[in-house]
Design a protein around this ligand. Structure first.
Ligand SMILES: *Cc1c(COP(=O)(O)O)cnc(C)c1O
Length: 399
């Protein structure tokens, strides 16, 4: 029997990388990726155990450090993103916290866009300062504000683009140039764009973070997170921090995420198409004041969206004509779109940010972010658009 040459995943298109990338088969030759539910690993001899702990034998030691199923997921994500290194974590927030805290020290300073996911804002606004890491929050859309906020001890820039829920964008390339001059690293929370529609590393960012809970699983099952970075960042900062503090992704969850990645491009593109139709549908109603969607020409940063994203994203944010009462009437009239705070799911989901994801913020902070009481965020799923349109009409009629 002749053995086939080993293919090089770098020659593959993203869709192919997401099906075959990172797969390591056991001697049984399974088609689907194997699920290794094991805490630790057995050594042939005491000498082998010693060698492994000394890093002289390449095998596994303990699943807090590494696991074959988690390793397959990390390699597949690495190939998709085009990064040098990847580590998976238990949640998106574990990824954010580990990426920042593994790198920053007391006396350092972060500049962050204020339009951050609520828990990310807690990390930079409340948690980091407790350990002597200060933070300046700015309007991420304003390039000048990044420049002005830089101090001699600025070590990190942190933002998400598009931002939740307003879909404001940050110019990754322009902000990364300012960071380079300041000697700071750029951390991008790329959840809303997904790894399919935006590649922050190609625009100059240093570290990319995902909540795999969202589109990567995409079917509402498991929590997970991902950090993508350079070999150097991994070696100097992240590797030891993750091993010693232990926010590890469970093998079962990694296996679910691997399956999610196989269909990610199909799901994201179909969801973007549906989101565009939802945006158009809502725009036609006199009960809707404003529709925000990264794919529409009237997005205030449409040119930037076209430059750094290869698709619209699947979130549509809109303001009903009225306040909380009208928004609640809209939401409560829906029968197919679910009321939940997740996004990127096959099921369409609607959220009232002011009373849920952003209720922790003071009203002034919400106003500063442009989050009104009449604002709703819709994550388009994979249902037939005709059914969603009828559902939205139920909501519009209830306003
Ligand atoms: C959900 C989310 C997170 C946190 O992810 P978890 O998996 O819930 O911990 C971080 N950033 C953004 C933009 C998110 O949407």
């Amino acid at each position: 029997m002749t053995t086939k040459p080993t293919p090089n995943p770098n020659d593959w298109q993203p869709e192919t990388r997401l099906i075959h990338g990172g797969t390591v088969r056991s001697p049984f030759g399974e088609t689907s990726e194997a699920l290794y539910l094991t805490q630790s690993y057995v050594y042939q001899t005491a000498e082998q155990a010693e060698a492994r702990f000394k890093d002289e034998d390449p095998g596994y030691i303990y699943s807090r450090f590494s696991n074959p199923t988690v390793g397959m997921f990390e390699e597949r994500m690495r190939l998709l993103e085009g990064a040098e290194a990847c580590r998976a974590t238990a949640t998106g927030m574990a990824a954010v916290t580990s990426a920042l805290l593994s790198y920053l020290r007391a006396g350092d300073h972060i500049v962050a866009a204020r339009a951050l996911f609520g828990s990310c804002r807690y990390v930079v606004e409340e948690l980091c300062p407790r350990f002597g890491i200060t933070c300046t929050l700015i309007d991420g859309r304003d390039i000048g504000a990044w420049e002005t906020a830089v101090k001699s001890n600025t070590k990190a820039f942190f933002f998400e683009t598009p931002a939740n829920p307003t879909l404001d964008l940050v110019d990754i390339a322009a902000v990364s140039r300012i960071a380079k001059r300041a000697g700071a690293l750029v951390f991008v929370d790329n959840v809303f764009a997904t790894p399919i529609l935006q590649k922050p590393l190609a625009h100059g960012a240093d570290v990319v973070i995902y909540s795999a809970t969202k589109h990567i699983d995409g079917q509402g099952r498991c929590l997970g997170g991902v950090v993508l970075c350079s070999e150097k960042f991994l070696k100097d900062h992240l590797h030891t921090f993750l091993r010693q503090t232990g926010p590890s992704l469970a093998p079962f969850n990694a296996w679910v995420m691997l399956k999610g990645l196989e269909t990610l491009p199909l799901r994201v593109r179909a969801q973007c198409d549906t989101a565009a139709k939802v945006a158009d549908h809502l725009r036609k109603s006199r009960h809707i004041k404003r529709v925000m969607f990264c794919g529409s020409p009237d997005h205030p940063q449409a040119a930037l969206a076209a430059r750094q994203m290869t698709g619209s994203g699947q979130v549509v944010t809109f303001e009903v004509d009225g306040g909380k009462a009208e928004a609640f009437r809209f939401v409560n009239a829906l029968q197919i779109v679910l009321i939940s705070n997740n996004l990127g799911d096959t099921k369409s989901i609607i959220t009232h940010p002011a009373t849920t994801t952003h209720q922790r913020l003071k009203p002034e902070a919400r106003a500063e972010l442009g989050i009104s009481d009449g604002m709703l965020r819709l994550s388009a799923g994979l249902e037939a658009f005709e059914d969603l349109a009828r559902d939205l009409d139920r909501g519009l009629a209830a306003i």
